[in-house]
Design a protein around this ligand. Structure first.
Ligand SMILES: [Zn+2]
Length: 531
């Protein structure tokens, strides 16, 4: 048994805001204070802040898409190291920032074997991946028919053959249309399969996933990513969700107005006004960090627009029967007006959105920049002076074309700890972490209080995962084996015959070609129950 004594404890779920109190741990879990403890170890928390460990909801660090990234960066060691390090290094760096649960944001069903190989190398952390489905031929066929049980069974089958934790939709239907040389100009454009449109795909998949009770709702990457004036389309997508539970990712890339001359403006204020009241929606920001970055996405049509706009080289890998995986190198330059507006837009979204349990810190690593910049972003949020200094160092468009200078809010410690721990855990349906209630997993981070916010968040005094100290004074210790989190929703197994015949009819890949096949188990897999 362990007691952490004397630390200022933050536990958003239970309304604890910096109270000095004991936290008891036995085995893997937080326990109630025992009446007469016989033997126990004391960890001195005086001068420290103690909170549930960080949970990463959206980052790209595993799978075959990273190979394309590494191909671009092979001659630039600094960028390679920050944007596409090995899975071992990724897990160590996240642990040293106080994160113990990590989700990779996109894995192709056909190629998810490589994602799981990478996840398996991330020894200590708990981890998982979301399965890309929005352009999968068999699912599109089921969605076009609109038969609810067929849609449910196809989603469950795709999760099973890919070892996924959640359903990821990336500008759904657009990959299918792009391969047929068409682009979708709106939610109601037919994608080229009967009368199926993006609106119908989103609504039917969201309804199915919520009925199936998956712990995390549909993780949605909306249309018109990164384009000026796209806030109008983003708000239409929000309305199409009709108040249903969903997570919208990296929304900084959707919160742009237009200056009428092709230039970007921040539309963060309008976006927040519309989304803040939708209580069943959660969001992550996708903050950009000035410096090198790498666009990596399954959104082929947006990447096609981006490479035309930037004239940068790209690698696009298209898969039969589903969408593609694309990579394109980027650099956010402080002297560039668009980068300056993008930076200010992300900051504005974070500062204007009132609820830290529904808006989360991400950089959409490596799309907006490296996740290692989180402590810097936290400092900008908590300290207006450092934020203003940064704004002044960027192209004046960042100030002129955003409302950031009018945002006076400074995040509290409670806000920061909620948006990086409790909030994402809750959105992910992980009830066993993100809080310090009796029975929760002992996933803890402990920071030494100090003048520099950035230094404090860069280097926790220690980090605990499943009741074991895994980081102490910046050093990884122990050999704890983390788990790969996945879901196994119930479905009608009889349906697999129909799925097999759809595969035979429409594409050349058969069930055994899918990453895990239908019987293979994920190593160190841990099923999180559906409700
Ligand atoms: Zn992403």
């Amino acid at each position: 048994m362990i007691v952490i004594r004397g630390a200022e404890v933050y536990d958003y779920a239970h309304g604890i805001r910096g109270t000095v109190q004991d936290v008891w741990v036995e085995g893997e879990r937080v326990v109630a204070a025992p009446e007469n403890p016989a033997r126990y170890e004391v960890i001195d928390g005086k001068g420290c802040i103690l909170a549930p460990a960080g949970v990463e909801i959206h980052s790209h660090f595993a799978g075959s898409g990273l190979d394309s990234v590494r191909r671009f960066l092979s001659s630039n060691f600094m960028a390679l190291d920050s944007l596409a390090p090995s899975p071992e290094i990724v897990s160590e760096r996240y642990l040293r920032l106080g994160y113990t649960t990590l989700f990779d944001a996109a894995s192709s069903p056909l190629l998810s074997q490589s994602t799981h190989q990478d996840l398996d190398r991330m020894k200590i952390v708990d981890r998982g991946t979301y399965t890309l489905m929005g352009d999968h031929t068999v699912l599109l066929g089921a969605l076009a028919k609109g038969n609810a049980s067929e849609i449910r069974d196809t989603i469950a089958w795709l999760l099973q053959v890919s070892g996924g934790y959640a359903v990821k939709l990336v500008n759904p239907g657009s990959g299918f249309a792009w391969k047929n040389s068409s682009t979708l100009s709106g939610l109601d454009d037919p994608i080229g399969w009967n009368d199926l449109t993006q609106r119908k795909i989103i609504q039917r998949v969201v309804a199915a996933v919520n009925r199936m009770g998956l712990p995390h709702p549909v993780h949605l990457h909306a249309r018109r990513l990164g384009q000026p004036g796209n806030q109008v389309d983003f708000l239409k997508t929000i309305k199409a969700l009709e108040g249903q539970r969903a997570h919208l990712c990296h929304i900084q890339f959707y919160a742009y107005g237009s200056d009428g001359k092709g230039g970007y403006t921040s539309a963060a204020e309008q976006v927040v006004k519309l989304i803040e009241s939708s209580q069943k929606l959660t969001f992550d920001v996708g903050q950009i960090i000035p410096g090198p970055a790498m666009a990596i996405t399954a959104d082929t049509s947006s990447m096609d627009s981006l490479r035309r706009m930037t004239a940068h080289p790209w690698i696009s890998c298209q898969l039969e029967g589903e969408g593609g995986i694309n990579a394109l190198p980027l650099e956010y330059l402080p002297s560039d007006p668009t980068s300056a507006v993008q930076w200010a837009t992300g900051m504005e979204l974070l500062l204007r959105f009132p609820d830290p349990t529904r808006m989360f810190l991400t950089t959409d690593h490596p799309n907006g920049g490296p996740f290692m910049a989180y402590p810097q972003v936290i400092e900008w949020l908590m300290n207006r002076e450092s934020r203003d200094e940064m704004l002044q160092s960027l192209h004046p468009a960042g100030n002129k074309r955003s409302g950031l200078s009018g945002c006076h809010r400074e995040y509290s410690l409670e806000d920061v700890l909620a948006m990086t721990g409790y909030g994402p855990a809750k959105s992910l349906g992980l009830t066993d972490r993100g809080h310090l209630g009796v029975g929760a997993l002992a996933e803890l981070r402990c920071y030494r209080k100090q003048a520099s916010i950035k230094a404090m968040f860069e280097n926790p005094a220690w980090v605990m995962h499943r009741g074991k100290l895994v980081v102490k004074n910046g050093k990884i210790q122990g050999s704890l084996q983390g788990r790969t989190l996945l879901v196994r929703p119930s479905w009608d197994r009889e349906r697999s015959k129909a799925i097999h015949s759809s595969l035979s009819r429409w594409i050349s890949f058969q069930p055994e070609h899918y990453a895990l096949g239908e019987k293979h188990q994920v190593k160190d897999g841990l099923e999180v129950p559906c409700s």
